[in-house]
Write a protein that binds this ligand. Structure first.
Ligand SMILES: [Zn+2]
Length: 82
């Protein structure tokens, strides 16, 4: 990407060049933020608006998935040093 495209942070309104900020892709939609902090604030607000009956099972499933990935990584490193 050679041409610099100016973007506006969707959370605080600060402008930045595309590629320097954080991009969140949901389906076909793209959301742009100038910093991780603004992206995180947006995600937190988004989560508050998603019904808990939808977000909680999904969050739990994701946590389980990540735990499993950590467990596998730990097992693999144990084997390496055994
Ligand atoms: Zn921002």
């Amino acid at each position: 990407m050679s041409k610099k495209v100016k973007m506006k942070c969707m959370y605080c309104g600060r402008t930045f060049f595309r590629g320097q900020g954080i991009e969140i892709v949901i389906g076909d939609e793209r959301f742009y933020f100038h910093s991780k902090r603004c992206a995180l604030k947006f995600l937190q607000m988004l989560l508050e608006r998603i019904p808990p009956e939808v977000s909680i099972p999904t969050a739990k499933a994701l946590a389980r998935e990540l735990q499993e990935a950590i467990r596998k990584k730990e097992e693999a490193s144990k084997k390496k040093f055994a």
